[in-house]
Design a protein around this ligand. Structure first.
Ligand SMILES: Cc1cc2nc3c(=O)[nH]c(=O)nc-3n(C[C@H](O)[C@H](O)[C@H](O)COP(=O)(O)OP(=O)(O)OC[C@H]3O[C@@H](n4cnc5c(N)ncnc54)[C@H](O)[C@@H]3O)c2cc1C
Length: 602
């Protein structure tokens, strides 16, 4: 009698009742109804997700991407509101001294959610069970799975094809019970030693490579939580020899800190984190309510050769540094599909790993490239500044929107890495970056040339005395201007268009090249040739004076150099000189005649 076809159900054993195990039970149940194959689903897991602290937790940051939420909805799995700790509004990237906020690209619906995998941090009590894994395991039970609340200690694989696999389970290796199964699904993750044990079973299985990370539940004072963390996920990319990146994730009253290192995390990592300048200035050290050192998957496993033993979730492979829960969902779906579609053949395992390779594992190749690029940009300040200026200066342009979307997709994991990688290489984006770079370099060069003859910042700007002057000081005043920086340009010309372009150049100066006027010495001068004239204030009086003067002296053999200082970035809407803006006659006429300003009415 073939199992599953004539009444006696297929026995599917699942080691691990985490997300991968529960998702597999869900899909297996769906396939069994669709193909009318009776199944008996048995989940082995010694953990109770209704407990708080690491005992009931599968050690993860608990970010549920929108793409996973969508997949769950499509399967009819609706996560109840009380299991969600926070809804995320945006992502804030902190790279050295700079920060940038990313919001969801337009047209995408829903919000990223955060959950506790277990029933909250150690010693906390919630009025209801909040655990995400508990919800999924209940779901699996509702789909017909039976849970055996003990860990699996060992396995016995039959010598004869078709004989059952024996699962040995129990709380200690000395008192074991047995369960026979026809198929075995390994969904045991990477945070127990079962994977290492199985490596020596001669099955060919080698667990994926992992890295030790750090995770803590922090309780910051309410004002810090609300004002600094808010509803955003904060990602820090410090220049630190141990910390690759760290995230702060809002979860109701708590904030989850996750630290990912360049290597395995060391025990004093929390102290090192609090000592980072970008953290020190924002957060007071907070003692963790709960902490752990979970392992994160960084490569894929070598699959076992046994055709009736399939691995899903972290025990097999995972998306590179992102959305492990979604990978668990996808691998469980692929495994169930491979088993049920090919149950009469003996190659379901090969079909499964082949598909997983195509849809999940290969994508990590692009993920690694993207993360490496990000590391490079974050660790090299000029590159960081350049990249952030690309996003900031180009405002809501195509370039800015695309770059923000790419960053959003990398850090939320909403799109496959390959798709993000392709987006990075789209010709229009590359062209815009090249164009922006060339313009920036030209602007910088021009500014350097035009300022090369000037005094260094913070030195007094000396207006030289004419050789033929009688050196009498007419008046001497020290004018203390506001401490704010004053922009400068020396490139005035007589037409309005050129004046405004001169302002653009001034605005493009980098903060370090801005000059601040501290004091001023006014001396008598009799000739203007080759002199320096400084106009303070770029309002109508200052600019009219500068334009008129420039027009008057332009045919002189050695015309004076004219500098105009103006602190307000007047091209911005928020900066203007308060006035009703009425140009009553004969002002337009005078402006046209004296300053060669085209009349606004023309
Ligand atoms: C620091 C960190 C942060 C992360 N943050 C996120 C995130 O924000 N979002 C996200 O999507 N992913 C995240 N991940 C990845 C995510 O945690 C995993 O990809 C996901 O938990 C994999 O699910 P799983 O069911 O395969 O394994 P697990 O969640 O580890 O579940 C394995 C289950 O198997 C059980 N088990 C183990 N051994 C045995 C045994 N011998 N017998 C019986 N049962 C056993 C365990 O008790 C457990 O319940 C993070 C990972 C780390 C390390």
């Amino acid at each position: 009698m073939v199992r599953g076809e004539a009444g006696s159900p297929w026995r599917l054993g699942i080691i691990g009742g985490g997300p991968a195990g529960s998702f597999f039970a869900h899909f297996a149940s769906r396939w069994s109804s669709r193909l009318q194959i009776p199944v008996s689903l048995i989940i082995f897991d010694g953990k109770s997700f209704q407990k708080s602290g690491p005992q009931g937790c599968n050690l993860c940051a608990g970010v549920i991407s929108r793409s996973l939420q969508l997949r769950l909805k499509e399967e009819g799995i609706f996560l109840p509101a009380k299991r969600i700790m926070s809804w995320v509004e945006g992502y804030r990237l902190h790279i050295q001294d700079e920060s940038i906020r990313l919001e969801s690209p337009p047209g995408r619906q829903g919000k990223v959610a955060t959950v506790f995998r277990g029933n909250g941090p150690r010693y906390t009590r919630f009025p209801d069970i909040v655990s995400f894994d508990d919800f999924l395991l209940n779901w699996a039970q509702d789909m017909g799975a039976r849970v055996i609340p003990f860990p699996v200690q060992s396995l016995r694989f039959p010598e004869k094809d078709g004989d059952p696999i024996i699962v040995l389970y129990g709380s200690s290796p000395t008192s074991l019970a047995e369960e026979e199964v026809d198929w075995l699904i390994g969904a045991f993750g990477v945070n127990t030693n079962l994977g290492q044990k199985l490596q020596h079973f001669g099955l060919g299985y080698v667990p994926p490579a992992t890295r030790l990370t750090f995770q803590a539940e922090l309780k910051f004072p309410g004002d810090i939580r609300e004002e600094i963390i808010g509803h955003d996920i904060h990602i820090f990319f410090p220049r630190h020899r141990l910390i690759r990146y760290a995230t702060l994730i809002p979860k109701g009253q708590f904030t989850t800190l996750t630290i990912i290192g360049w290597k395995d995390i060391s025990p004093d990592i929390l102290q090192q984190f609090y000592e980072l300048p970008e953290i020190k200035k924002r957060f007071p050290p907070s003692k963790p309510t709960c902490f752990c050192y979970p392992r994160i998957v960084i490569s894929s496993c070598r699959p076992p050769k046994n055709p009736r033993f399939l691995l899903v979730g972290d025990a097999a492979f995972c998306r590179y540094y992102k959305n492990g829960l979604e990978s668990a969902f996808l691998s469980a779906r692929l495994a169930a599909q491979a088993i049920f579609e090919n149950y009469s053949r003996k190659n379901s395992n090969k079909i499964y790993y082949h598909r997983a390779e195509k849809f999940i594992i290969k994508d990590n190749f692009y993920g690694r490239i993207l993360f490496r690029c990000n590391d490079l940009i974050a660790s090299f300040p000029p590159l960081t500044k350049f990249n952030l200026s690309l996003i900031r200066k180009t405002c809501e342009s195509f370039l800015s929107r695309q770059l923000k979307e790419i960053l959003w997709d990398i850090f939320t994991g909403e799109k496959p890495y390959r798709q993000i990688f392709r987006a990075c290489l789209q010709p229009r984006l590359l062209w815009e970056i090249l164009k922006f770079s060339i313009i920036e370099i030209c602007k910088k060069r021009k500014n350097e040339i035009s300022h090369s003859g000037l005094a260094a910042p913070h030195e007094s700007h000396k207006i030289s005395q004419p050789e033929d002057s009688n050196k009498t000081e007419v008046s001497r005043q020290d004018l203390f201007l506001s401490s704010s920086k004053v922009m400068m340009n020396n490139n005035l010309n007589s037409t309005s268009g050129e004046i405004s372009s001169a302002f653009d150049k001034a605005a493009a100066l980098s903060p370090t090249s801005l000059y601040s006027v501290k004091s001023l010495e006014i001396k008598e001068t009799t000739s203007l040739s080759n002199k320096t004239i400084v106009v303070i204030g770029g309002g109508p009086a200052g600019t009219s004076f500068a334009i008129k003067l420039r027009r008057l002296v332009r045919h002189q053999p050695q015309p004076p150099r004219i500098f105009l200082y103006e602190g307000k970035p007047l091209e911005k809407k928020s900066h203007y000189n308060q006035c009703l803006g009425v140009l009553s006659p004969p002002l337009p006429e005078i402006m046209e005649k004296e300053l060669a300003f085209p009349s606004p009415g023309l």
